[in-house]
Design a protein around this ligand. Sequence first.
Ligand SMILES: Cc1cc2nc3c(=O)[nH]c(=O)nc-3n(C[C@H](O)[C@H](O)[C@H](O)COP(=O)(O)OP(=O)(O)OC[C@H]3O[C@@H](n4cnc5c(N)ncnc54)[C@H](O)[C@@H]3O)c2cc1C
Length: 401
Amino acid sequence: MTETADVVIIGSGIVGSSVAYHLAQQGCTNVLVLEREAHQGKGSTGKSMGGVRAQFATPVNIQMSRYSIDFFSHFDEVVGHPADYRAHGYLFCATAERHLEYLKTNRQKQIALGVDNVELISRAEIAAIVPPLRVDDVIGGTYCATDGFVDPHSVMMGFMLKARESGVRLWLDTEVTGIEVRGPQAAVGNFVPPALSGRHIAGVLTTRGFISTPIIVNAAGPWAAKVASLAGADLPVSPLRRQLVPTEPFDGLPQRFPMVIDMSTGFHFRREGKGILLAWNDPEETPGFKNDFDNSFIEKILTRAAGRVPCLVDAEVNPRRAWAGLYEMTPDHHAIIGPAPEVAGFYFVNGFSGHGVMHSPASGRITADLILHGQTELIDASQLSVTRFAEGRTLEETAVL
Ligand SMILES: Cc1cc2nc3c(=O)[nH]c(=O)nc-3n(C[C@H](O)[C@H](O)[C@H](O)COP(=O)(O)OP(=O)(O)OC[C@H]3O[C@@H](n4cnc5c(N)ncnc54)[C@H](O)[C@@H]3O)c2cc1C
């Protein structure tokens, strides 16, 4: 007998799990999640820094963060599993007038959208929050106390466990190898919308056989473009390596302090247990499926770290504890959420460009709304449609870390 599902979700990371949860919450429980790995969290979710913030530059990202951070603050009661949300804040430090102006402009947008606790703060206030910081060149910054951190693995597990309680099925060790599309093929170079072309999803081919379904959600993280191509759909998502370096136990910084972002270099850091987690976006990194940690990164990041936090020269680093993972980048650094134009019944929830953990509650909700109702009240979802690239409606998020 052919296996069937009302909705098949490809990928069981934090995003696929959130979509499953939100579908189930709205009564859609004949859902099958397919994951090629033997465990959840082996993709980007398990590599994340767990940062959550509302301090963005575009309204849609601010709206998605606002919904998501509020969700995280109630996650434990609502989902029945810990999110480990810690409201330790994000502190942006400006050393140039143009950076301070940028923070002020963003703050106005954030306040207008209801994030009214973003504070403009002085050099002296910054020094009081993180005394070991070198602030001689800092001219001010912004701080939002409800920004902070979550445990990405725990959030993912919480979403999936709750979805499974409602009847959602999760198949591990199951790779999607093909997508069956039925209906006439649109002429090459002459786009015909799916409603006219009649092309629609019929099922997925997997290493465990064929599954018949009218709806597929692509939640394949950095591998999303490959999955889209199985249905003949174009998706501009490319993998970009990100590397994180934890220090050994270090007490030269306070036990509790915010995520600190040095805007002069992009270096940022936070406490992780007894040590400090160091992050920096290396501009020399090039797209590709590179999962290996490059030891030469350690010297690069420690140079930036010591420049802003001189006492970090005393921190010990074990290269074997450092790791690399993949961001899923889009050309305008915003997620792609919504139906694929080429094939009816095929939905994207991809390309979070470094923000997939923090935006997982909103993206799961938006995707479930679009599948079940064709619209969502959360945001104007047309902004995140993949058609924005062909139609010249790209968004530009400059607050990418
Ligand atoms: C170093 C690093 C730090 C980060 N820090 C942050 C941060 O501080 N805050 C934040 O919000 N975000 C952060 N991110 C980004 C965040 O981790 C991602 O945006 C998010 O995890 C994406 O989740 P996902 O579920 O879409 O993808 P993934 O977690 O990658 O899940 C996709 C799943 O799809 C499966 N899959 C793929 N192809 C197939 C197939 N053909 N068949 C079956 N299964 C398949 C994969 O095995 C995988 O499990 C960071 C990322 C990295 C790498």
